[in-house]
Design a protein around this ligand. Structure first.
Ligand SMILES: [Zn+2]
Ligand SMILES: [Zn+2]
Length: 235
């Protein structure tokens, strides 16, 4: 718990350092760079989601037992089984399973605590990248637009699964509603298009990149990739 708080705090301080540098060196290109970073984070959320949805689960790991479990998911039996099965997977396989598991039970994502949603993204990607930008700021004259781009990319990327979770939750903090109003975050109705078919609209931040990713999805499917068999574990 303390370790998680410290990691989150370090990341937020790193982001604050980038934001401060971006404001101090702001120029004409800062606003377009902020928007480009937000777009890039959205695209990253969509590409990773698309790959994880369709990447087949490793067979023989007993994942079908927990995926298709019909009893209560709060039961002792399920919890023990789930823990044991997940322990056999590497981080990549676990994330992939979580994405698939999200489709039949979308609301569970909305009930997860913040760290469960963003922890692995912060540890594996956002924090090391943020600290690298901080180091560059200390050693080099980094232009304001580059810091603006890095800020919105890292903020949007790190909290992508939190934003996704907010789409499956009724009660959200005020800023989620405000960001939806100005188009910086998508609405639950827009995200529902993904859950309706699992073949479109994979991006879950603002959705700006969905037209591009939808075209990419169609092109890959036409070439035989992203087979629907990968959407569920088989054994
Ligand atoms: Zn999906
Ligand atoms: Zn969803």
């Amino acid at each position: 718990m303390l370790r998680q708080r410290l990691l989150l705090l370090t990341f937020l301080l790193s982001l604050a350092g980038i934001a401060t540098g971006a404001v101090l060196a702001a120029g004409w290109f800062s606003l377009p760079a902020l928007i480009a970073g937000w777009y890039a984070a959205d695209m990253l959320s969509g590409l990773i989601h698309m790959i994880m949805d369709y990447r087949p689960c490793p067979p023989g790991m007993g994942l079908a037992d927990i995926f298709f479990y019909t009893g209560s998911r709060e039961s002792e039996e399920y919890v023990t089984m789930q823990r044991a099965r997940m322990a056999r997977l590497n981080a990549f396989e676990r994330i992939s399973y979580d994405f698939k598991n999200h489709h039949p039970r979308p609301d569970a994502l909305g009930r997860r605590p913040l760290w469960r949603l963003v922890g692995s993204t912060i540890i594996a990607g956002a924090l090391p990248m943020g600290l690298s930008v901080n180091l560059a700021q200390a050693l080099l004259p980094v232009p304001g637009w580059a810091l603006a781009f890095a800020f919105s990319l890292l903020a949007g990327g790190a909290f992508a699964q939190y934003f996704h979770g907010s789409l499956h939750r009724k009660a959200n903090p005020w800023f989620i509603g405000a960001m939806r109003k100005v188009g910086l975050l998508m609405t639950p109705a827009e995200h529902q298009l993904h859950h309706d078919t699992l073949q479109r609209d994979f991006a879950t931040n603002c959705g700006w990149s969905n037209p591009v990713i939808n075209r990419l999805f169609k092109a890959l499917r036409a070439r035989g990739y992203l087979d629907s068999a990968g959407l569920e574990p088989t054994s």
